[in-house]
Design a protein around this ligand. Structure first.
Ligand code: PFF
Length: 445
């Protein structure tokens, strides 16, 4: 079996794990939820829930992974011990399936980002834009395939020379592009209305259960929890690193970029409205998320004249980068299993599994009305929370406390005296599973 990969440094891990966390969920999903859920009140709730609920589960995943230094199935079996190895393996397999399902729909949306980015380049060099941007089935398939090739290419190259190399290049670029766009959009007429909505919290909405549950679901999806991605990335972290600190940095980056994305997307929507683009429907509700991204934003860019082409290019490149650093982490879950447990080479497994998931994306594209929403809901509203609960049960109830402490002490020898050790174990034992259960029950109601 080939040697396992490892991230070469702390920064490499932080950028790769933040790259997984920071994706379309932050840059698109978060601002849309803010705009339809009381502005700053949602931001406030989201930040609190990320630290109170999502961070402890992130830590559970990172620790399970680093403890075994293996794929999700082996890692779960290891802490399951004799009694719970079956359930452990099942949880690992299910996580793999969920990661693959998420990739299958995520790549379709990401393909749309690539098509708009290519359309902007075409516009810039004078080629017909509608070769690249149109609603055709063929266009959707071609760009989804292109996105898969990029994802597979990175994962096939390995942990250090693929995932790490590209995450460390792309993440700083992503942050730069966001900041550049925030500054530019803020200067345009109409932007201040968006800023006002974003910054003035409507705290009367904070007690609405839908706001809290939306924030909870967002925090979960945004930190890539409940699929094993963070477990696999944790398995590539050196035993000498202080994991609670690294995890907190990743959670902080995830929140930071979501908050920045709000400063970009919400003012941009109001600039679009100022320019006469419709962003609310007849009932005063914000348009559907895909309409906003693939119709409202392009209309906004074309209303800006020549500069709009550059802004559009930057915006869609930014979205494509965010999507790519997330999609590689999804594909890594089954690929790690194929190489760790089945002994198949990384290159072969990345291509075989990647193409298999692409085949499923094609099934979704051909049956979009029936399947798209179903796959999204099954993976994100049902599977992710349920697997999240199982991870908490394994860490809180099944993993022996001494063994857990020993793992935590690697990289932080005085762990026993930290606030983290005083609070976190009972937190993953009781609080996290109980709250995530509420999230799960909502998906049935
Ligand atoms: N965290 C990503 C986002 O916010 O877009 C989505 C995601 C990535 C979910 C990786 C699950 C995953 F395994």
């Amino acid at each position: 079996m080939a040697a396992r990969g490892e991230f070469s440094s702390r920064t490499a891990f932080v950028l790769a794990a933040s790259g997984s966390a920071i994706g379309l969920g932050n840059i698109w999903g978060f601002p849309i939820k803010v705009a339809s859920n009381g502005g700053g009140a949602f931001v406030f709730t989201y930040i609190i829930l990320t630290f109170l609920l999502a961070y402890p589960i992130l830590m559970a995943e990172l620790l399970i992974g680093r403890n075994a230094k293996a794929d999700t199935v082996k890692s779960m079996v290891k802490i399951g011990g004799k009694k719970s190895r079956g359930l452990g393996a099942l949880t690992g397999y299910w996580g793999m399936l969920t990661a693959s399902l998420i990739l299958s729909f995520y790549a379709i949306i990401a393909g749309g980002m690539l098509s708009h980015a290519s359309g902007s380049v075409a516009n810039l060099v004078g080629l017909p834009v509608n070769w690249f941007v149109n609603d055709s089935m063929l266009g959707t398939i071609v760009f989804c395939a292109a996105f898969f090739v990029l994802t597979i290419g990175v994962v096939a190259s390995g942990v250090a020379s693929g995932i790490e190399k590209w995450s460390t290049r792309l993440m700083p670029l992503l942050i730069l592009l966001i900041i550049a766009l925030i500054v530019y959009i803020a200067t345009l007429p109409g932007a201040s209305e968006g800023w006002a909505i974003y910054l003035q919290p409507d705290f009367s909405k904070i007690t609405e259960p839908s706001l809290v549950l939306d924030a909870l679901g967002q925090a979960f999806f945004s930190l890539s929890l409940g699929v094993g991605t963070m477990m696999v990335y944790g398995s590539y972290v050196s035993k000498s690193e202080n994991l609670p600190k690294l995890g907190a940095t990743v959670a902080g980056m995830d929140i930071g970029i979501a908050v920045l994305a709000g400063m970009l997307v919400i003012p941009a929507m109001y600039v679009a409205q100022y320019n006469g683009v419709v962003i609310f429907d007849d009932k005063g509700q914000l348009l559907q998320s895909t309409d906003l991204i693939f119709n409202v934003m392009p209309s906004l860019f074309s209303s800006m004249g020549g500069t709009g082409i550059i802004v559009s290019l930057i915006f869609f490149v930014l979205m494509s980068i965010a999507a790519l650093t997330s999609s590689i982490s999804m594909l890594e879950v089954p690929v790690a299993y194929a190489s760790d447990s089945l002994g198949i080479t990384r290159k072969k497994s990345a291509w075989l599994i990647g193409l298999g998931i692409f085949a499923f994306s094609l099934v979704i594209i051909f049956n979009s009305a029936a399947l798209f929403g179903l796959v999204v809901n099954f993976a994100t509203e049902f599977s992710e929370p349920l697997i999240g609960i199982l991870f908490c049960i394994f860490v809180g109830w099944i993993w022996q406390r001494n063994a857990l402490l020993a793992e935590l002490k690697q990289g932080s020898p005085d762990m026993e005296n930290t606030l983290f050790w005083k609070i976190w174990p009972s937190y993953v034992r009781f609080v996290c599973p109980a709250i995530v259960l509420v999230l799960l029950l909502r998906s049935f109601l």
